[in-house]
Ligand binder design. Sequence first.
Ligand code: ASP
Ligand code: MG
Length: 469
Amino acid sequence: MTQSKSVARSVARETPTTGLVVAKFGGTSVADYPALLRCAHIIENNPMTRIVVVSAAAGVTNRLAALSAGIDEQAERQRLLSEIMDIQHRITAELKPRPEASAQLREYLVLMAQYSELIAEGAGDGGTPDALLALGERCSSLLLAELLQQRGVQARDFNACEVIRTDSHFGHAEPRPKRIGMLAREFLLPVIQDEVAVTQGFIGADAAMRTTTLGRGGSDYSAALFAEAVRAQSLEIWTDVDGIYTCDPRQVPKARPIAELTFAEAAEMATFGAKILHPATLLPAQRGAIPVFVGCSREPEKPGTWIRNQTASRPVCRALSVRRGQTLLTVRSLNMLHARGFLAELFATLARHRISVDLITTSEVSVALTLDPTGSHSSGRKLVTEALLADLKKLCDVSVEEGLALVAVIGHQLTSTPDVASRLFSMIGARNIRMVSHGASPNNLCFLVHEADASDVLQTLHRGFLENP
Ligand code: ASP
Ligand code: MG
């Protein structure tokens, strides 16, 4: 008995996975029935697509997040719950699910109401908000699997919690990639032998099988974890834009999709403001050397963008990005002259105030640094508080400038191409540059300008580096 079991397992472990594609569809790509139909077409067009990862329909997670924070007023809870129900019911009005799927959907909607109430009453436990949030993705995978089945595709709604094992840090759980690989071989590979597994992004379970979530926007991360676990040949991220652009098209109308870029460049772009992919998302794909495709589910025939370890092209400048609303802190102290430990003290003070530093340049007697609003307070309150200033003034003179924009040039060999900096600065001409950071990475060169100049600077650099390189 034991023997036959272990034989079965080893067969599962050797399941050939060559050519396997993992496709992930974001919230707008599963927002309504026509969108789900487009997903179905994309899946059906490639028989190698055996794992499909979905987000909650657009608008659902935002409402669940509000409910998961606890809403005392019953009428307000009810309003949010019925808006979520409307989104799902608009889909089912056209999809007409079979009775089992309808019953399952009803159960999810009832659970949403129950968990919301528990949280409002303070009666849930630490895991209740995650269990509530997970229901958005559960509705999506249920309905897409149902649609595929109706269209004659062998598909199954697969519970991501069977594979995505995480720690117990609710709201922002850390995945356990090794465990995920083992669980995928045991539970997922046998399923995709002859079925398409439609599963949920964003959610997982801890060792006690309590539902966890990976943090907002976490479904891309899930998709990359699944791709790594099954050693997929590629990961497709289907979204509402037709690729990653050379620059934000709202800022630079001539921006165009980039055919291919490296993981390193993609990570720089994400950090410097392109909101398409979170850098952490890419890690599992990069670890597994799995190429990632980013494309638009409305226009699947478009070329989109490929992200790979190595690209055939290696232009000096691949893209530009901008992050507005930057704060520059300049500190001066004569004690810095030949002193040791000044920077350590400065950083300790900033860390005590929970401020994360982004760029830094130093001179003999002063240090200029930009503050990163993302790693700091999420409440939106000002980064530089009176208390921080008072503490810093014990160490040094401080000045604070706001209204700055951080512009980043992203590409290759930026540290070893002789004329990049001179070309860049001559293009920018007379505009004031408040700070330059160059040299830490061959993949980026960035500088601060006044926000009012940012859009002009971007257009000029785009013309010079990306339109007529
Ligand atoms: N539905 C989740 C969110 O909106 C996860 C995702 O879509 O990536 O944050
Ligand atoms: Mg998303």
